[in-house]
Design a protein around this ligand. Structure first.
Ligand code: ASP
Length: 479
């Protein structure tokens, strides 16, 4: 038997017999001739069934959209004038000699040969495996792979190594609410899913790895808000013996090379990326992620901009629930408690003076009006890190309970270090002109954090509660 070839390779086999396998995208019955379009990951191909083989014709007659078939046939040039320039294999067709039906299919709940933008999203997510069959979604997911692969290879060539950090970690206030996981072995204790690998990547610097990266999954239990997802992916990077410029000098060429290689149709508006202080951005654009595109209607222009010189601390008013890290009232960090102040403001931090004026080494990268990511140079001495928590009003006992491991690690010789994290989902969303990050994730949750396909979150069994030593107090359901 012939070996199956991908549909994209069929035109190169004109005049030969080949086998293709895939899904029936469409069937057109022209009486004596039946045409089907077969789709595999690589493309779409027109297959023709003639009347010479009655038995096969009968089977071809049963075919319906999304049935899975294998067809053996002769690759023929299409007659002049019958070519289809809309598909890559449009100059040929397959004259079927044999047809095997590998699987039948129910009628799908929505059309697969369209972009799907007008289909109810709940339905798309319930049948995500069908939704992902559409060309737009398949391309998004395949390009996500290409992007990640490019980043991995690029960073590896620059001496970075990828290190996995735990998913079961410790709950520490980092800006958002943690997802927590009860421990069966240590009842009453909980792991937390990481909001980011921040602390681990810094500990890897203490461990001497110098250049780390990870395609890292992050978890944040935030209230449903537009484009937020409970879990998302970052390109996470950390480097030792560096200053702000060194981190930028890695991330900027990485972005440029990636766009030029994988998205050559795009134009980067300005290279090197412009830089703007937070104050200037707020003053001129009323945004810390300004959209600098000169012509906002051109979808293929990418306007990257670095925003720098953010205030380190901000005042939180009483009862502000969106800052779980902050005490009831007082100072909290604007970005990351581990950031160092700008070198010229280190004295202020150490003496807890002019707190509102202290600027951080934080740098954010914005793209077309979206925050792509950010990072900072860190406080690598225990004394400086301790001061940040003191300014936030943390009691010594709480500092030790939450961050004692970091302070201790830094007391064993920490190199100066800094890093950054870029939101991979957001980057892909912008590169593919998608309206939300769910369009570039294989299995996202709904906007209100559910998975209608797996039906999660879901209840667990009584035995599981017991094993965990947890009792559920059901709130009386209001009627
Ligand atoms: N961990 C930070 C974040 O997730 C990024 C960084 O400072 O490297 O936003």
């Amino acid at each position: 038997m012939e070996k199956r070839i991908p549909i994209s390779e069929v035109p190169a086999h004109a005049g030969k017999t080949v086998v293709v396998s895939g899904w029936v995208q469409a069937r057109r019955d022209h009486g004596k001739l039946i045409f089907i379009d077969v789709r595999d990951r690589s493309g779409l191909l027109q297959v023709v069934f003639t009347l010479d083989n009655k038995d096969m014709q009968k089977r071809a007659d049963q075919l319906r959209p999304e049935w899975v078939v294998s067809v053996t046939g002769m690759v023929n040039q299409r007659p002049k004038g019958m070519e289809n320039s809309c598909i890559a294999t449009g100059m040929v067709e397959l004259l079927a000699r044999d047809l095997i039906i590998l699987a039948k299919a129910h009628t799908p709940p929505f059309a697969i040969d369209a972009d799907g933008k007008d289909v109810n999203e709940e339905l798309r997510l319930k049948y995500r495996y069908l939704d992902l069959r559409r060309q737009r979604m398949a391309r998004n997911i395949i390009m996500r792979h290409e992007t990640v692969l490019f980043m991995r290879n690029w960073l590896s060539k620059q001496g970075f190594i990828e290190i996995e950090t735990p998913i079961l970690t410790k709950s520490t206030p980092e800006g958002a609410r943690d997802y927590v996981v009860p421990s069966r072995l240590y009842q009453g204790n909980f792991y937390a899913l990481p909001q980011s690998p921040q602390q681990y990547k810094q500990l890897l610097m203490v461990a001497g790895f110098e250049r780390y990266f990870q395609i890292a999954r992050c978890f944040r239990d935030e209230d449903p808000r537009g484009d937020r997802q409970p879990e998302f992916t970052q390109l996470d990077v950390e480097m030792s013996f560096v200053q702000r410029e060194d981190v930028m000098a890695v991330i900027e060429p990485l972005c440029i090379d990636m766009v030029k290689t994988l998205y050559p149709e795009k134009t980067i508006q300005e290279i090197p990326f412009p830089r703007m202080s937070y104050q200037e951005a707020m003053g001129k654009y009323h945004s810390d992620k300004p959209d600098l595109r000169k012509n906002k209607n051109d979808p293929d222009v990418l306007a990257f901009v670095w925003i720098v010189d953010f205030p380190f601390f901000k005042k939180v008013e009483k009862g502000n629930a969106s800052h779980p890290e902050a005490l009831a009232e007082g100072w909290t960090f604007t970005h990351n408690p581990f950031s160092a102040p700008k070198p010229e403001h280190m004295d202020w931090l150490m003496h807890k003076q002019n707190i509102g004026d202290i600027l951080t080494t934080q740098y954010d990268l914005a793209l077309n009006g979206c925050e792509l990511g950010g990072g900072s140079i860190r406080n690598h001495t225990p004394e400086a890190l301790q001061k940040v928590f003191e300014i936030m009003g943390y009691e010594q006992e709480r500092i030790v309970r939450n961050f004692g491991h970091m302070l201790e690690a830094f007391s064993y010789g920490a190199p100066p270090h800094g890093g950054i994290a870029l939101g991979l989902d957001r980057l892909l969303m912008l590169l593919h002109h998608e309206q939300n990050i769910r369009e570039v994730m294989a299995f996202p949750k709904t906007g209100d954090a559910r998975d209608p396909m797996m039906n999660s979150p879901s209840e667990i069994m009584q035995e599981q509660w017991k094993e965990l030593g947890i009792e559920l107090k059901r709130k009386n359901k209001k009627t």
